[in-house]
Design a protein around this ligand. Structure first.
Ligand code: PXP
Length: 243
């Protein structure tokens, strides 16, 4: 059996985090998206949070206008976010749980417990041609809920896998593999993401039913080191040339 290709969605949120630290216009997350596109990304992911701590409203329109890759907009299940998604019509919208005080998305969406709240929001986006996914824990109950909500895609939360080790990590990897198999058997496309790094990506990437990984924080963090030397050298050269 030939394993289907695995797409890479690059999350550029944390370029915007650094931009917002000074409130100016750089580093520009759109420029980062274009570099990721050039470097072989298959999609760009951006999370418009309720508190706008990284991506802001204008970024969504600018991203869609600038990139030729599909945009996956991560969003909370609120009326405000659905209106924004309907206005911009990104290729995909991934519904994530959101609490203002959290540092990052700390757990999967409780799709099983929120069926009646989610159903109309999902229907409105589906009718607008947006591919809706649910960011859930690798738990059969949540997969069943996603099936009953008739979404085409689920994204499995790899945070627990990424932040554990030993037997606990092995058990979580099995849960993710089983969840991906269950989703795929029921016609759902399985994606995964959160906390993935050079060191922990391979076992997740080897799960044949997973079709896409969304990776952000580590890539932006690593880029500081892989890309810093030429920037310092260029500044040095410009200073030297001015003397
Ligand atoms: N997928 C989803 C649904 C997320 O919310 C996030 C974090 O914004 C990611 C993937 C990427 O996680 P990380 O930044 O840890 O790579």
């Amino acid at each position: 059996m030939v394993t289907a290709p695995l797409r890479l969605g690059v999350n550029i949120d944390h370029v915007a985090t650094i931009r917002n630290a000074r409130g100016g216009s750089y580093p520009d997350p759109i420029r980062a998206a274009l570099i990721a596109q050039e470097a072989g990304a298959d999609g760009i992911t951006a999370h418009l949070r309720e508190d706008r701590r990284h991506i802001i409203d204008e970024d969504i329109g600018h991203l869609i206008a600038a990139i030729s890759l599909p945009l996956n907009m991560e969003m909370a299940a609120t009326g405000e976010m659905v209106e924004i998604a309907l206005r911009h019509r990104p290729h995909a919208a991934c519904i994530v749980p959101e609490r203002r005080e959290e540092v990052t998305t700390e757990g999967g969406l409780n799709a099983a417990g929120q069926h009646n709240h989610l159903q109309p929001l999902i229907a409105r986006m589906r009718d607008a041609g947006i591919r809706v996914s649910l960011f859930i824990e690798p738990d059969p109950m949540q997969i069943e809920a996603a099936i009953s909500l008739e979404v085409p895609v689920i994204e499995l939360h790899t945070g627990k896998y990424a932040h554990s080790d030993g037997e606990e990590r092995a058990a979580e990897l099995r849960r993710i593999a089983d969840a991906a198999a269950l989703a795929s058997k029921n016609g759902l496309e399985a994606h995964a993401g959160h906390g993935l790094t050079f060191d922990n990506v391979a076992p997740i990437a080897a799960i044949p039913q997973i079709r896409e990984l969304n990776i952000g924080h580590f890539l932006i963090a690593e880029a500081i080191f892989d890309g810093l030397a030429p920037v310092v050298q260029r500044m040095r050269a410009l200073m030297d040339a001015a003397r």
